[in-house]
Design a protein around this ligand. Structure first.
Ligand SMILES: Nc1ncnc2c1ncn2[C@@H]1O[C@H](COP(=O)(O)OP(=O)(O)OP(=O)(O)O)[C@@H](O)[C@H]1O
Ligand SMILES: [Mg+2]
Length: 453
């Protein structure tokens, strides 16, 4: 942690002398300034833990200084000291973001204590800032890996949406495509990224508990409600809330939720008062909403309301080479996690990944790479280390082979070979015969396409 660095600013040299003397035995590294400009220059070179400043100075008052300092570092606490115990200045100072307000004549004990507290708070604040910055990096636009057309289009849409802080957004897409990731990116790239982001899975709670969780409740609203409690919507106010698996809400809660979206007001369970809540609502689902509406499971008015801005996250099988790009990112992630140094996939492994149809989407890819990484001992993951447990994209049909678009001729060959092998239950004699090649050629082809077991 080190000795805290404190910058002290006062245009009165006598005060500086006094403070130098008064705090000479403290575990602070104090630097003194008689002009605000000098202090600001110093800050640009080294951030102090705390700034202590006089309020009335000839060329800049303490309040202006605070504003200036806050633009340099939001987390640095500023203690203001003044001869005039003017209440209005104190109020203005606190509003401008002063950490504390002390009056002259300076009481050294008071000053010491205030500095100590400010150091603590400043350190906590910068930890929080770091965590938030970490989230912003982790959920940047670039964290949505992919260069395929559907992903680029989606990223553009998200970019446009993230500038609008108050919106209702619906995320659609198969399981495992990255809806939660997209919701986080939307939040952490938006102007409200320093506000709360909360997720709730609507399928995780029975309806009455979900309602209490979302809207909060008043004391005595039900038997267990010993105290009143804020709901998630209220807690996330100003930020973003993700309602995952929105179709799991029952019809009566859907009605209540619709009214919230339209009026931006909530009423806690058992409460009378309406509370205004301003937040961005993102809902997500992997089910077919249209048929849920047709089947009476989902209210059509709510559907129309939340479907105004919807993003469909494309299935992995439609993202072409993104499979490889995302797969490589997972290799990096698991290198860190498992302390390995795998460099990538072999060509055979890449072909195998490309030929698969990924019914479990990115989550399935992650699991496949994780499994390969657990066992990986060589520099590159090879085809035989890729264990695809789900149904292949190119199932064998009596009437022929179904291949995805966008495969190279090599991939088509590999895929066809794989299917022929499966078709013949890996009877090599038979497969070679049907393909019109020798056993040796078959072996070479199997090696090339990672089909040796
Ligand atoms: N484009 C991408 N780049 C990198 N990682 C991704 C990408 N898309 C998804 N992932 C990762 O894939 C995993 C699954 O994503 P996520 O949980 O967001 O899916 P989902 O659509 O919410 O699934 P479900 O419908 O089952 O809730 C996560 O680990 C996520 O970080
Ligand atoms: Mg999800």
């Amino acid at each position: 942690m080190g000795v805290p660095l404190i910058y002290f600013l006062d245009d009165d040299e006598n005060i500086i002398k006094l403070v130098k003397y008064g705090l000479r035995n403290e575990q602070f590294n104090m630097k003194f300034f008689s002009r605000p400009t000098a202090l600001i220059e110093a800050i640009k070179i080294e951030y102090p833990d705390v700034v202590v400043s006089d309020v009335m100075m000839p060329d800049m008052d303490g309040i202006e200084l605070i504003e200036k300092l806050r633009s340099l570092s939001r987390s640095m606490p500023v203690i203001l000291v003044t001869a005039k115990a003017a209440v209005d200045t104190a109020v203005r100072a606190m509003k401008a973001g002063a950490f504390e307000y002390l009056t002259k004549p300076i009481n050294f004990d008071e000053l010491k204590l205030a500095i100590g507290r400010a150091v603590e708070v400043g350190r906590l604040r910068s930890e929080v800032d770091e965590i938030k910055t970490g989230f912003r990096q982790r959920y940047s636009f670039d964290s949505l890996i992919g260069e395929s057309e559907p992903v680029n289009a989606m990223r553009e849409l998200i970019k446009r949406l993230s500038t609008v802080s108050e919106a209702v957004i619906l995320l659609r897409g198969e399981s495992g495509v990255g809806k939660n990731l997209v919701a986080r990116v939307i939040h952490y790239t938006s102007p409200i990224s320093d506000r709360r982001y909360l997720e709730i899975n609507c399928a995780s709670l029975p309806s009455n508990l979900l309602e209490a969780e979302l809207f909060g409740y008043e004391k005595g609203a039900f038997t267990d409600a010993k105290n009143s409690k804020k709901g998630l919507l209220e807690v996330a106010s100003g930020g973003t809330v993700l309602l995952d698996e929105i179709t799991s809400m029952d019809l009566s809660l859907q009605a209540k939720f619709l009214s919230f979206i339209e009026n931006r007001r909530i009423r806690r369970v058992g409460g009378l008062e309406e509370i205004g809540v301003d937040l961005r609502v993102v809902s997500a689902t992997n089910s077919d909403l249209e048929s849920d509406v047709a089947g009476g499971k989902f209210r059509s008015d709510l559907f129309y309301r939340i479907n105004v801005v919807s993003i469909t996250v494309p299935p992995l099988r439609d993202r072409g080479k993104d499979v490889i790009l995302i797969g490589r990112k997972f290799i990096e992630d698991f290198n860190t996690k498992f302390k390995k140094h795998v460099k990538g996939f072999t060509n055979a492994a890449e072909r195998k990944l490309m030929a698969h149809n990924w019914p479990g989407n990115v989550r399935e890819l992650r699991n496949v790479v994780e499994r390969a990484m657990i066992f990986a001992e060589r520099e590159y993951i090879d085809g035989d280390e890729i264990a695809l447990t789900s149904i292949s994209q190119a199932p064998i049909y009596e009437d022929g082979l179904h291949l995805p678009k966008g495969l190279s001729l090599d991939q088509v060959e590999g895929e066809y070979l794989k299917n022929m092998l499966e078709w013949n239950n890996f009877n090599l004699e038979q497969t070679a015969k049907e393909l019109g090649v020798t056993r040796k050629t078959l072996w070479e082809k199997r090696k090339k396409y990672g089909l040796l077991n």
